[in-house]
Ligand binder design. Sequence first.
Ligand code: CA
Length: 220
Amino acid sequence: MRILIVEDEPTLRAQVAEGVRAAGYVADEAGNGLDALHLGDTEPYDAVVLDLGLPQMDGISVLRKWRAGGRVMPVLILTARDGWHEKVAGIDAGADDYLSKPFHMEELLARLRALIRRAGGHASAELVCGPLTLDTRHNRVLVAGQTLTLTSHEYRVLAYLMHHGNEVVSRSALIEHIYAQDFDRDSNTVEVFIARLRKKLPANMIETVRGLGYRLSAPA
Ligand code: CA
């Protein structure tokens, strides 16, 4: 899962990015509205944290442009304390949730988890696929109740597949959602992660759909 963090205050941006990464996501950062607009238009984010007071282009305008352009990723806006009018304007512009500054990192992460799972059609914090359970609160995957030992990359691949269970996920989509923008991406590594996951999971859960990608589903 890949998150865009838009905040012009460098210390706060770094704190949010650190918290988001510690929670198992990959994060890209933007410090002004124009950079944010460009990244959101060109990269497939699973969620965006968007401050509203930004240089070059304000957050509401960025959000309106994304929505007018058909970008549907979940957006959590950061508003000033008591800025009820900002919240109304943000939600009307297409925001999915808001958080007032100052906020606790735990609350931001809980709201992000909820936005991401709802965007995938999941209401519960635990995603289930056959014998697998993804506990999104603790970044872990259980097989029949036992925690699976996964590297951070294996976790990201499996979490993305579980959020998109029974769907065919292309290799390029996996790459785009498990690496940040500045990472040197090598598409062969996805095959390596898939091969390692297959050894750790019950048999036949990750199917290769020739020419299209991979599909995670419960064993028949
Ligand atoms: Ca600001």
